[in-house]
Structures are given as structure tokens and as C-alpha cells.
Write a protein of this length. Structure first.
Lengths: 289, 288
């Protein structure tokens, strides 16, 4: 397939240069479209956040500015003396790493394998991956109760949340990966690799996955965002993660603005982390490509 | 890239041993095993409990309760809100995803939108509802929207705040899959931009678009905290009803009723998914 494409590219390049006038016009229109879209959506996304940030900086009197609500996040300490926020951040980061690793190892090879060899299972997998969204987390928690009782016998660490977080992340990760996988011609790639003697392991890890790396990165970002923002399941299973800790901070201080400073802080934290993740992911892709 | 990878692996053909005795579906066992324990098992418990009364005896009262007009109202409300917010989110998200994809693949704008989308796709609950309240609510900083508390439009605007970013993330890889050569080829054949989207780009993206739409639909269906914080006096959707019946403080908590409602949601999604599968078969008929 690759050979055909490269042969096809040469004659295409010539007319492209000849019609430079039309190309430039289209590019101008495209750029105008992009700037309008970015501005409109940027405003839509930024304004509520700014409103929230403004409210977290509200002083004692309406209309004044103050940093009190932000100071209370860092000054909050538990009875043992260590700031519990630090350990909550630590546990949440570990959870994000474990969850995304398990999710990738579990879903990516299975999905490619089903795509290549067991097509008739594709619909079943899609349904199962969507199912977690249809069951409200609180109901899932009720159903998971007995299973988590057994797990709690072995370990009480909040890290055990990753078992259920993988399930919660399935719908998002699946859809992101499916979009990437269907955009490449997996069958032809695998046939080419197989006929050159590659093992199925090589086909999946060294041929297909590098071709859908952007989709893998998107799935990672979605999984991390989910773990960083998850509250319901952790709260009801009585584990402490970042969101639960922030919730208890806002509960234990009299200042009403704290809930908005903590939310703003957790959003900023998640954003910076994802930005770092995307840079690391891009660099890897650059080496690969 | 594919060529480089295949030639590299071609260097050791001895690993490519065939084991014909093992059927190919065995490779999917780890995934389905995991899902069975942590998803199907809890779901099974929910379904099983839906057929029992609080005393633990078998009954159909939870299921028959799904038929009464009040409960049907919750399902219709959920369906309406999910459908409208997923359609709006999918269309606007697709436009934004196209704008993002048509730029520099390693550019700042793309990276920024990708990360912002990741964060906002999971953002919700009290703080999201409040952010919109102080922005466009009755005493909003920006303006006062008269429709802010009207169902479903007021809440749809709030839902769009996480539906659009989710669409961008799940749809971007599909748009990236559109090859420049296809566009150039159709232009060389004299097609207009409209014709390109109508006959080439649109049909290519349709299966991925439908899949993303389904995800957005289910995502809106299961959302609870946001709508509860938006208007906690009037319940509109099924999840609100589930939470109420599970955590009633006046001793009326009825887990089995909640389980029956959850079962109803699973059935609703199964119905929507069947429709999606039929559409998908038509949309992807010409694909291999």
C-alpha cells in the first residue's frame, strides 16, 4: 500500500503547484474559518472559568478582591500534621499512571486483534465499552460492593480504585482508539507485515500502534482527565483521592469561596499535567515518525 | 512509516510461528474476563436486584413501576436532553475538531485545545453549574439569559460545555485520517468544497461521527451532578430519580426501585445502540 501511495504522490505534486492561485484562496478562507472558530469556542470555554476564578478571589465584601480562599487550600493540615493534600495528589497521580497502563494493555491489543481476526466480536466489545456510561456510578458502586469487600481484605490502599477506574475510562478510551484504528487500513498493514514474516506481536506493537499513536495519546489524556476528576466512586467506596480531599477541605472551612478556589486549582492542576503528557507524547511520536 | 516497520520486523521470520490449534478469539479472553468481573458482575447484581423487593423477595413491582406515567416522564426527559445535547455537542465539536486538525499537527493551538478538551470533558457537577449561574444566571456577570432555567435548553448549554470537548477528543483522530491526497484528487476532478464534503469527506467520516454521537448520548444520559446542581427542586432525568431513591433521608430509600431504573437506562441505551448499529451498517457498507 505504501508503495502505491508514494508512486501516486509524484504526479499529484505537479498540478498542485500549477493551481497555486486556487490553493492560496482556499488557504485564506480556511484560515479565516479557523480564527473565527477558535475565537468563538475559546470565549465559550474561557468565560465560565473566568467567572469561577473571579468568584474564588471574592473578598469579604462583595466586589472586593482577596486571596483568602486560595490560602486555605495550602494551609489546611490534618491532625497528624502532614498536609493531606500532598498525599492525595500523590495517590491520584499513581492511580492515573496505573489506570492508563492497565487500560492500554487491556484494550489496545484486544481491539486490534478483534479488528484483524475476530470481527464478529466487534459489536460486543463496543457495547461492553459503552455500558459503563449507562450505569450511574452510584449504582455501579452498589454492584461493586461485594467485589471490593474481597479486595479490601488484601489491601486497603486507595490504589485499589484502579480496578474500577479502568472500567469508567473504557467508553472514552474505546471511542478515541476506535476513531484512530478505523482511520488506518489495519488489514492491509497487517497483511503486509505478516507476509514479510512479522509475528502478531510485532504487527500490533510495531506496525499498527505507531500508526495510531495520536489516538493512543487522546485515550491517555481522557483516562488521566477522568482519574484526576473522579469523585463519586472514591467517595462512596470510602477511599481518599484528590477530589475527595478537596471536597473535605471545602467542607471543613467556613469560607464559601474555598469550593471555587479548590475547583479552579484542580482544573489548573489537571490542565498542566495533560499539557506535560501531550509534550512527552509528541516527542515520542516525533522520534517514531 | 509502515514500510520501515514492516521491513524491520521482516528480519526475524522465525518468530512468526503458527499455532493453528488455538482459535483466534482466545486472544480476547483477558479483556472480556476483566470486563466480566468488574462490569458484568456488578451489572448482573443490579439487574437481579431490580426483580426483588426491599424484603428480598422476588417481585415485578420495580419493573411495573417503570410503566407509570411519572417514571415515563423522567425517561422522556432524559432522552430529550441526551439527544439534543449530544446532537449539538457532536456537530459543534466536529467543526472545532476540523479547525484544530487543519492546523499544524505539532502547533501550540492544537496542543492547547487538546489538553483543555481533556480537562473540560470530565468537568461537571456543582462548580460547572455554578460557573454558568454566575455568568448567565438571573444575576449573571455577562448577561441574564431568560431561558437559563428552562428545560432542556438552559441545561443543554451547560452540557455543551463538556460534550463539545469530548467530541473534539474522540473525533480528532478520524479527521486526521482524511488524506490530503483525497482532497487534492477531488479538486483535480473539478469538485467544489461542498461536493468534496458531500461525496468524499462526509461519507468517510460518517461511521466515526455516529459512534461519537452515541458516546455523547450515553455521556449525557448518565450525567447527574451537573443537572442536580443546576436545578435541585424539580427532577427531570432518571439519574436524579435514582439518586433520590437511593439516598432518601426520610427512610424511603428503595434500592430495588433504583436498580429497576438503572435497568431501564441500560435497556434505553440498548435500544439506541440497535438503531445506531443499523445506521452504522448502512454508513459503513462500502468500507471493508
Amino acid at each position: 500500500m505504501a508503495a502505491v501511495t508514494s508512486v501516486g504522490e509524484t504526479p499529484l505534486a505537479v498540478p498542485a503547484r500549477r493551481q497555486a492561485g486556487m490553493q492560496a484562496g482556499r488557504r485564506r478562507r480556511l484560515n479565516l474559518f479557523r480564527y473565527v472558530v477558535f475565537t468563538v469556542f475559546g470565549l465559550f470555554f474561557a468565560l465560565p472559568l473566568l467567572a469561577m476564578a473571579r468568584f474564588s478571589l471574592e473578598g469579604a465584601k462583595l466586589g472586593t478582591w482577596s486571596l483568602t480562599a486560595w490560602r486555605q487550600i495550602t494551609s489546611y493540615t490534618s491532625s497528624e500534621g502532614i498536609p493531606p493534600l500532598i498525599s492525595a495528589v500523590e495517590i491520584t497521580l499513581e492511580l492515573a499512571v496505573i489506570t492508563s497502563a492497565v487500560m492500554l494493555v487491556l484494550v489496545v491489543p484486544t481491539m486490534i486483534w478483534i479488528r484483524l481476526r475476530v470481527r464478529w466480536l466487534a459489536r460486543a466489545m463496543e457495547f461492553l465499552c459503552l455500558l459503563p456510561l449507562t450505569i450511574p456510578p452510584i449504582v455501579l458502586v452498589v454492584g461493586l460492593g461485594p467485589i471490593y469487600d474481597k479486595i479490601a481484605h488484601l489491601s486497603l490502599s486507595a490504589l485499589m480504585l484502579f480496578w474500577v477506574y479502568v472500567i469508567l475510562a473504557l467508553p472514552y478510551a474505546y471511542r478515541a482508539l476506535a476513531a484512530g484504528l478505523s482511520a488506518i487500513d489495519a488489514t492491509t498493514l497487517s497483511e503486509a507485515a505478516r507476509s514479510l514474516g512479522a509475528s502478531w506481536f510485532s504487527v500490533i506493537v510495531r506496525v499498527i500502534v505507531p500508526n495510531m499513536w495520536d489516538a493512543v495519546l487522546n485515550a491517555l489524556i481522557l483516562t488521566w482527565a477522568l482519574v484526576l476528576g473522579e469523585f463519586t466512586v472514591a467517595f462512596f467506596l470510602l477511599y481518599v483521592n484528590l477530589q475527595v480531599e478537596l471536597y473535605s477541605i471545602s467542607r471543613n472551612t467556613p469560607d464559601a469561596g474555598v469550593i471555587f478556589s479548590t475547583s479552579t486549582a484542580s482544573l489548573l492542576f489537571a490542565f498542566v499535567l495533560l499539557l506535560i503528557l501531550s509534550y512527552v507524547g509528541r516527542r515520542r511520536r516525533a522520534i517514531r515518525g | 512509516m509502515a514500510v520501515a516497520a514492516t521491513t524491520r520486523t521482516g528480519a526475524r521470520p522465525s518468530w512468526a510461528g503458527r499455532r493453528p490449534s488455538v482459535p483466534p478469539w482466545v486472544g480476547t479472553v483477558p479483556f472480556f474476563g476483566y470486563v466480566a468481573v468488574f462490569l458484568l458482575w456488578p451489572t448482573g447484581i443490579v439487574v437481579y436486584e431490580a426483580f426483588k423487593n426491599p424484603a428480598g423477595r422476588f417481585t415485578l413491582s420495580g419493573i411495573t413501576a417503570l410503566g407509570n406515567s411519572q417514571v415515563r416522564g423522567f425517561f422522556i426527559g432524559s432522552f430529550k436532553l441526551s439527544l439534543i445535547s449530544s446532537l449539538i455537542g457532536a456537530v459543534l465539536g466536529a467543526i472545532l475538531a476540523y479547525a484544530v486538525a487543519s492546523g499544524n499537527p505539532d502547533g501550540v493551538i492544537r496542543r492547547l485545545y487538546l489538553c483543555v478538551s481533556g480537562v473540560l470533558a470530565q468537568f461537571g457537577g456543582v462548580t460547572l453549574a455554578f460557573a454558568f449561574l454566575v455568568l448567565i444566571g438571573p444575576v449573571g456577570l455577562l448577561f441574564h439569559a431568560g431561558w437559563y432555567f428552562s428545560f432542556p435548553w438552559g441545561i443543554t448549554v451547560i452540557y455543551a460545555y463538556f460534550q463539545i470537548p469530548l467530541m473534539v477528543l474522540v473525533f480528532l483522530p478520524a479527521i486526521d485520517g482524511l488524506k490530503v491526497q483525497w482532497r487534492e484528487a477531488s479538486e483535480n476532478l473539478g469538485s467544489s468544497a461542498w461536493q468534496y464534503w458531500r461525496y468524499v469527506g462526509g461519507p468517510l467520516l460518517l461511521p466515526a461521527f455516529l459512534g461519537a454521537l452515541l458516546l455523547l448520548f450515553a455521556n449525557a444520559l448518565s450525567a447527574y451532578a451537573t443537572i442536580q446542581a443546576w436545578e435541585d427542586a424539580i427532577p427531570y432525568t432518571v439519574p436524579q430519580q435514582i439518586y433520590t431513591s437511593m439516598s432518601s433521608e426520610v427512610g424511603l430509600a428503595n434500592i430495588n426501585y433504583a436498580d429497576a431504573l438503572a435497568l431501564g437506562m441500560v435497556v434505553l441505551v440498548a435500544i439506541v445502540m440497535t438503531g445506531y448499529a443499523l445506521l452504522q451498517r448502512r454508513a459503513a457498507r462500502w468500507l471493508r
